[in-house]
Ligand binder design. Structure first.
Ligand SMILES: [Zn+2]
Length: 386
């Protein structure tokens, strides 16, 4: 039994309790003699189930009560929601269709029921029907809940252009939805590289300081051969979120490739990043530069000092690699076995994790494949990670 259903049961019990109060008030007002006992006793029976920690029976009981009360539109909507949460989509759809058939619904409530029905179809995988209803609702009135559902539907189907087209036609876009538009633009910029700037420039209007956007801008600049602009974007990205340094590192490296003075400039930027985020991936890159610049002994000293403060398996592997390059006769077979074992441990570990739902991944996703949240996946730091 989930917390949501328990909450729903409590909520309905309160709603029905309120209803009982209203009925009693009405009867007293009109001096009616109709007995109110049956409704009250049903209500208390439901409450009893809750008190006795029998939430399943309580929900079943309240559902039966709500089904009997076909007059109240709000309670019928709650009832259908409850059906949907329990996976009883046919029953939820029936309630909504029954409501839509009523001639006395106001335009506002009709719109609300349409959206609820679309949600039933969406939950049941009937995406076309859900989309049709939502687009119809959207043509009548701009509503965030409708936009949110449409975005979820298109994101699931990877229909990024649809997200963009809808956003273009909106008078107002909430901050909650704007990151989703940025996400769609980034996806499109990767798929259609020749138009990447137009997508990214459009996205910048919504969330100019999105880390994901800066990353994709840097990628597009590198594609266009403009490493100076790419570097500017990456520097901005790191000031916004230092934890993303390992993700941005491969692009940073590309910025300096092919440049005449790349070595010194690259080391300078890398040292700055190291000050902000001394992760093993940055340290490891520095070790390689020190190797070229100052020799193996200097690289070994830097890495050993680093590992004393921040022990990590990737760092240890690099240390073994450096030792293997030495001329002294050591037990190379044992060292290699040790190195391979460490590599195996690293490979098997997840390198990224969603901050929202905890989803673990071996590669970077800008949208979590599990909870669909944008920019929620971040590198995992620690003994075995980056
Ligand atoms: Zn997630």
């Amino acid at each position: 039994m989930s917390d949501i259903l328990i909450f729903a049961a409590v909520f309905i019990s309160l709603a029905v309790g309120w209803g009982v109060g209203r009925y009693q008030g009405l009867f007293q007002l009109n001096n009616l003699t109709k007995p109110i006992q049956p409704l009250s006793s049903k209500y208390f029976k439901g409450l009893n189930y809750l008190i006795n920690e029998e939430p399943d029976q309580a929900i079943h009981h309240f559902i039966t009560m709500l089904e009997d009360d076909s007059e109240s539109v709000d309670l019928q909507i709650i009832l259908a929601k409850l059906f949907r949460k329990q996976g009883e989509l046919d029953r939820a759809i029936t309630v909504h269709q029954r409501l839509l058939a009523r001639p006395d619904l106001s335009d506002e409530v009709r719109q609300k029921v349409h959206v609820e029905l679309a949600q039933d179809y969406y939950s049941g995988g009937l995406h076309d029907r859900a989309e049709q209803l939502l687009l119809e609702a959207h043509s009548h009135e701009e509503s965030e809940s409708v936009q949110e559902l449409l975005f979820s539907l298109w994101e699931e189907q990877q229909e990024w252009q649809q997200v963009l087209d809808l956003a273009k036609g909106l008078k107002h876009l909430s901050p909650k939805l704007s990151l989703r538009v940025v996400g769609a633009c980034c996806k499109l910029s990767v798929s259609f590289k020749s138009d990447s700037y137009s997508y990214l420039n459009f996205a910048e209007k919504f969330q100019p300081d999105s880390v994901m956007l800066h990353y994709h801008f840097a990628e597009a600049h590198l594609q266009a051969g403009n490493s100076r602009k790419a570097l500017k974007r990456l520097k901005r990205l790191i000031t916004l979120d230092q934890a993303m340094a390992p993700v941005a590192l491969p692009l940073l490296k590309q910025c300096f490739k092919g440049r005449g003075v790349w070595f010194n400039s690259y080391r300078e930027v890398l040292e700055d990043w190291y000050q902000l985020n001394p992760s093993i991936s940055i340290a490891s890159e520095l070790v390689q530069l020190i190797m070229v610049d100052e020799g193996k002994d200097a690289a070994l000293i830097f890495l050993t000092e680093y590992l004393k403060i921040r022990p990590s398996i990737p760092g240890l592997v690099q240390l073994v690699d450096l030792h293997l390059k030495s001329d002294t006769q050591q037990d190379q077979a044992t060292m290699k076995m040790f190195r391979n074992l460490c590599r195996q441990i690293i490979e098997e570990r997840h390198k990224f994790q969603c901050q929202k739902c905890g989803y673990l991944a071996n590669q970077m996703y800008w949208q979590c494949p599990n909870c669909r949240k944008w920019e929620s996946i971040r590198p995992v730091f620690g003994l075995e990670a980056k």
